[in-house]
Design a protein around this ligand. Sequence first.
Ligand code: NOJ
Length: 750
Amino acid sequence: MTSPTRRTLLKAGGAIAGFALAPRIAFAQSDRIESLIAKMTLAEKAGQLSCFGDAIRPPRIPFNPNAVSSNAAKQLADIKAGRIGMLFNGVGVSGARRAQKTAIEQSRLKIPLVFAGDVIHGLATVFPIPIAEAGSFDPDLAMRTARAAALETTAVGMHWTFAPMVDVARDERWGRVAEGSGEDTYLGQQMAIARVRGFQGSDPTDPSRVAACPKHFAAYGAVAAGMEYNTVDISMETLREIHLPPFKAAFDAGALTTMSAFNDLDGVPASGNHWLLTELLRDQWHFRGLVVSDYTADEELIAHGYAADGRDAAKKAFTAGVDMSMQSGLYNKWLPDLVEKGEVAEALVDASVRRVLTLKEQLGLFDNPYRSMDYAREKTQVAMPATRALSRESGARSIVLLKNDGDLLPLGKAPGKIALIGPFGDDKANLAGPWAFMADETIGVDIASGIRARLADPAALTVVKGSEVEKPIAGGIDAAVAAAKAVDLVILAIGEDQGMSGEDQSRVAIVVPPAQQALAEAVAAAGKPVIVLLKHGRALALSGAVKQAPAILACWFLGSETGNAVADVLFGAVNPSAKLSASFPNYSGQEPYFYDHRPTGRPAPDEGDQAYKARYRETKNEAMYPFGHGLSYTRFTLSDLQVDRELAWDGSLAASALLTNVGKRAGTEVVQLYIHDRVASRTRPVRELKGFQRVTLAPGGTQRVRFTLKRQDLQFWGEHGWTVEPGAFDLWIATSSVGGLRGSFDLARA
Ligand code: NOJ
């Protein structure tokens, strides 16, 4: 393999559309696989369909409930006995070699193991959490960070990542919004495609690439009330239009595997759902890859009340379409018996075993069982300077400038004395964000270090904690206020810690924790200009002094280079260009809030009498900062909208507008195309994103930004499936999901 250089990792790799569309992935019949299946006992078949957390090289930080306890000796014995097909979440070449050597030298059939792991936004070098990176509206960037993550993942003995998480999530109370691409389906599709390609490349046998696993199939992002693991009750329209398209896009991009979700779906748990995993996934979509259950999701059919016991759960999950059972051990325990008693067809077991072995073959493991287990790469290709530079670039490109009254930002060369106040100022423990359990903490750059490195006089920066994340510090506020009074400028680094989002971290109120809100109020009262740097894994409902601060940057969790990325934006080395991938509501109680809601029969008018209109007592149902919003240090204007009057049934429609940089700096704007179907046989969203482009302009520069639409872009799920109805459509070319230039067109009849 050619060693990636700084150039290959950092250069923009061209438009996603230009990427090889047909990855070299073989699903052809394999004599090697067939002859193995012919030799396998039922127990060995069940073994290939079973995977477990890696006990030979357990993760430093434990996570996932400990369902089946194991130890290295027991696991090695199980590998020898052919009872394990895959191990996950273990890091390190030497442990991987040890396990693999046992499989290929001591097990009867010498079938190699495959090693998987949750590499969601980087491994040792951590990139921004996916919800943040999606805000770059730059699939090429997402592809490059996924590629870089694959490089580190394969340098430490893994072949398969449980990513990308492509669940569209529209309720910010749910902690796992952090792992996805936000509230919009179209953006989610683009990011899903980019990440699959970044992980897998065009040739998965390449030992620097990993198999991708778009998850969690399906509709986990729609858990009721944003409560983790909750039930999903969903219309077919919403499932088909909102939640499934990113999966379909990821599969079409060549994703080799998927993971069945924890949640139930209209009364049938996803991991026991024959319609979902077989009729839709296999029969309609022709997905040929491997379905692995989420962690003990097969066993959880019992708690769902969908299976009577472990045997019943194994039978229901397997016959629904879960090929591989994660962590419960139920397939090892029950599949042979179920086949022997005639309750599960052996041919069905063979089909699943074939998928596991095909994945191993696609990854090149039969020919090269020690692929991605190279001691030299483990030393040289983890946390490389080029990868860290990409972390910094993606970090700065993920920061959203929510507000910048009076052009307080960027800071000049001599910003005077600064007080950096809040629990995240010099904190290194919350740089990575959720799902970065293999982060190399020694390379993390905190905010204080990033800022200090920019100051001519590093002593001009005072750092005061002021508060813990969720509880006050005795005397903390007094110290912070005193510091604020003594300086020219306050930077408040506040928000959520990384344990407050991710799996198992739903919140009822998506606010800055009260202890920090109190700190912000007291510090703001000191009267100095305040810049808020928010740390968060979800969109937040801001209030009081935080909301009123003249400048607010949504910084999410940016990863290893947080401090440098933040300083790049604060001091203007990088002109912010990210947009929100998830709307910030005015109140937590508006959740689930998303821009592409359907109209009601009584929409609230922009101005005037609101009585008997769709709204809350306290607020209109609009966002504080909507999806697609994000400012720049320069100003852009859009003008001269041109839209074809008609879209012919088999034709394409051109829409364009002039973007001009009317400010004094070079900058990048994300120009967004939205549509609305005025009258249809189903109520249609008030707006839907259908395209976006990042355009970089010098001061005074102008460019016509062109989009095309086809009939297929206007389709929706109607009474008889996908449909497009002729008639009038509204169209906007805009810089946010609110406002913009508005036009219209007609879709002509066939
Ligand atoms: C449970 C999570 O839901 C899933 O995303 C993850 O991949 C597995 N645990 C394995 O760690």
